[in-house]
Design a protein around this ligand. Sequence first.
Ligand code: SAJ
Length: 441
Amino acid sequence: MNRTQNMATLLEKIQSKEARVVVVGIGYVGLPLVVELAHAGYRVTGYDRDPSKVKQLNASTSYIEDIKAEDFAEYVKSGKMDASTDESVIKEADCVILCVPTPLKKTKDPDMSYIEGAAQTVVRNQHKDMLVVLESTTYPGTTREYLVSELLQGGKYTLGKDVHVAFSPERVDPGNAKFGTRNTPKVVGGCTPACMAVAKALYSHIVNTVVDVSSPDAAEMSKLLENTFRAVNIGLVNEFALICERLGLDVWEVIGAAATKPFGFMPFWPGPGLGGHCIPIDPLYLSWKMRGLKMPARFIELADAVNTAMPEHVVEITARALNEKKKSMKGSKILISGVAYKRDISDFRESPAADVIEGLLKRGVEVSYMDSWVPVFKEGEHSFESLKPDTSYAGFDAVIIVTDHKNIDYVRMAKEADLIIDTRNAMRPYGEGAKATIVRL
Ligand code: SAJ
């Protein structure tokens, strides 16, 4: 079979929905993708090393807040969709999409072990005429330099003929009820025109808009720009918070006023630090790459320095506020309100709450937390259980609002607490006449 025939076969299978798809990694990115693929009519299997995720998916139980079990129970029932811990499902796959984590090592260098593990899993089960797409956020060049070289298996396969490779960044915004997999435009960069055609054919069945770019590198870089844009702008407003504090200005008022400009401005808000598995991490993949090329990505590194210093700043303003009440940090009882990395979700990965808690513990503070989204909060050697949502705020020397969940009773907090350190401007509507002293970022 020649090049065009190979591609035609794979394309035909994709167009006719005969193609079998395996998604490697069924977390907050992979599960929604599996559901969309089944919804589009593909036979799709989620492969994961985590037996609990596999078991829950096969039992039509959702473990991702944004995906409801009723969104996919019918597909599991009909056999369109299932999950497995057995990598040999890839032997039957025409298309494989890799949605594995790309965390940082302790050294803040990229931890490529998940991508490497996924690539080797595909290689062990590879066959002719496969499409392999990487969705995990990574530094430019990963797909073309690493993934392709692994999949060619030393000449056993030919790129664009019997193996097609592309990069298409995930754009999942946890907790975003408006934008999901289908209605968020999808950038796709193929390694060759044939790879692009095959990848675009698949994605055009599961998202409303496919955005072609000229290479996987451009696709990788566009994702890094999206997240760097957020990290740098959050770093900017965090620095503005420090400057406004020094000048005796209210940074929330200043940003609110600037945000009335109907063009040329996009508000970001200061906070206790940067959480989540994306924004504090992904830009450092690029700065790591550029350091290797002796060209520092200065905005990324400066934003990281400002954002990672915010938890300590929160501890500092807490110490100053207690001091004003002639109280020391040592031996004081402080309640953290909200530990998730952002409002109204249960995910606490990379949450700044961990760093705030660590800073307080180092100063001899007796720390508790309250977050009905996060019943148990594990960080390093610490493991805490959330206090009940109706626990009185009166028993604490200070309450620090780290995450401004909507389900918190701020009126009661204003009445009962003695001191509130508000890092999210959550108390603005409730401050008038409050018994509590309220200190804002
Ligand atoms: N944060 C601030 N100030 C802000 C906005 C956010 O301090 O003005 C903090 C949040 O509290 C959180 C962190 O930054 O700790 C990240 O927040 P985020 O709103 O960027 O949320 P993520 O990381 O869950 O999701 C982001 C996506 N968010 C949006 O586009 C709104 C998007 O950048 C990516 O789709 C996603 O990361 C990803 O997967 O990269």
